[in-house]
Design a protein around this ligand. Structure first.
Ligand SMILES: NC(=O)c1ccc[n+]([C@@H]2O[C@H](COP(=O)([O-])OP(=O)(O)OC[C@H]3O[C@@H](n4cnc5c(N)ncnc54)[C@H](O)[C@@H]3O)[C@@H](O)[C@H]2O)c1
Length: 369
């Protein structure tokens, strides 16, 4: 089989997960690595023992000079759009890290470039490849719940601001905090399960009480005063979102709060309800066995959906995420996690930011691409 020619743009934390998945395969040619920080891409290539690959500090130069079948865009959120659009314009397929973008406008521009190029742009939601996550969608699609009309989804952490890299907590690099970082997962879990209905309105808010407080960082990271000083994104967000089809979505997400959980995810349908135990969103699965609640001949009953385990040949979520991208490119398929869906996820995040700034409900309009 011909080698799949890969490039990595952004050689920070998560690029390691992409590389580990690539290096577990035997069909990859490493063409080039790029990071704007001089020396970083070179050190990254060395860490993985890759010889002969080109090293760049500019994604434009790398994409102008080299030929790729696909690139992993692993830059911080504010730098998702520029390299992705540049790569697509060069006819290169892209696997982009989550969240899709910071703003809806950026996501629309990426969709336009994707459409004009005819290439694949897939968004890196590895929980999509988790069997238990997939089970949620199967349960909804089976009709077991009847008509879904209300969803509460929440997840997040009691103390878990990812300040190990400053790029997560600064507005000029991350753009959004917990809302984008892990909120996008909670939203994807439930929106994907119900077929990604279009969001219509959102009333949302976000806060930064913990990120702005040095005490939050004191026993976890060095230089807590500095981290609190530069913290310029949200650490908690919530919203009521109206979706087409009369479905209401009640959402909350946390990097830090004085509570053990912001609540389980519940999906209420006319025939049954599904409870999905909340997680702290450090990984890509559900927080334990799910429970279905329903009536049977006049009695309230409930039963559990057992946790599904991976088989020895399944690989991990990253093998499946990266593998699905390569397979789609090789076979001329479609994006495994398509932007036609994730634009709705992004529109909600964008709507929460706007609503929070205005202090009132806002309408969501997603431009046709
Ligand atoms: N899927 C997951 O589980 C997961 C986990 C962590 C992070 N992420 C996502 O991955 C992205 C990166 O996170 P991270 O933890 O690796 O951050 P990071 O700060 O460790 O790495 C980002 C790197 O991108 C580089 N960079 C920025 N703009 C660039 C450009 N135009 N060209 C080349 N390099 C550029 C930076 O110098 C930095 O080295 C974020 O969007 C984050 O949300 C996903």
């Amino acid at each position: 089989m011909e080698k799949f020619r890969v490039g990595i743009i952004g050689c920070g934390g998560i690029a390691h997960s992409h590389m580990r998945a690539y290096t577990r395969r035997d069909d990859i040619e490493y063409v080039a690595f790029c990071d704007i920080v001089p020396g970083k891409a070179e050190a990254f290539a060395k860490e993985f023992g890759i010889e002969g690959a080109k090293i760049y500090t500019s994604h434009e130069e790398m994409l102008d000079k080299e030929q790729f079948d696909g690139v992993s865009v692993c830059t911080y959120n504010r730098q998702h759009a520029a390299p992705t659009i540049y790569a697509l314009n060069k006819g290169v397929n892209v696997i982009l890290e989550k969240p899709f973008a910071v703003t809806l406008d950026e996501a629309v521009e990426m969709r336009k470039a994707e459409k004009a190029s005819g290439k694949i742009l897939t968004v890196g939601f590895q929980p999509r490849f988790d069997k238990n996550m997939q089970q949620i969608k199967k349960i909804v699609e089976s009709g077991e719940l009847g008509r879904v009309y209300y969803i509460q989804t929440g997840g997040g952490r009691r103390r878990g601001i990812p300040a190990y890299t400053e790029s997560f907590i600064k507005d000029d690099t991350a753009g959004v905090g917990a809302l984008g970082d892990i909120g996008c997962y909670s939203l994807d879990m439930v929106l994907n399960a119900i077929g990604y209905p279009t969001p219509l309105t959102v009333s949302g808010f976000k806060t930064d009480f913990f990120g702005k407080d040095p005490e939050t960082f004191r026993h976890r990271y060095g230089n807590p005063e500095h981290l609190a000083e530069i913290f310029s994104v949200d650490d908690f967000a919530g919203a009521i979102i109206r979706l087409e089809g009369g479905i209401v979505l009640d959402f909350r997400i946390s990097w830090a709060m004085n509570m053990n959980t912001p609540g389980d995810t519940i999906i209420l349908g006319t025939k049954a309800g599904l409870r999905i135990p909340s997680t702290d969103c450090w990984n890509g699965t559900v927080g334990g066995p799910m429970t279905v609640y329903r009536d049977c001949a006049g009695q309230s009953i409930e039963y559990q959906i057992p946790i599904l385990k991976d088989g020895p040949k399944d690989g991990d979520l990253w093998d499946r995420k990266v593998g699905s991208f390569i397979k789609a490119v090789r076979e001329g398929g479609t994006a495994p996690v398509p932007t036609s869906q994730i634009i709705k996820n992004q529109a909600i995040i964008d709507g929460i930011v706007r609503s929070s700034a205005l202090g009132r409900e806002v309408e969501i309009t997603i431009p046709e691409v």
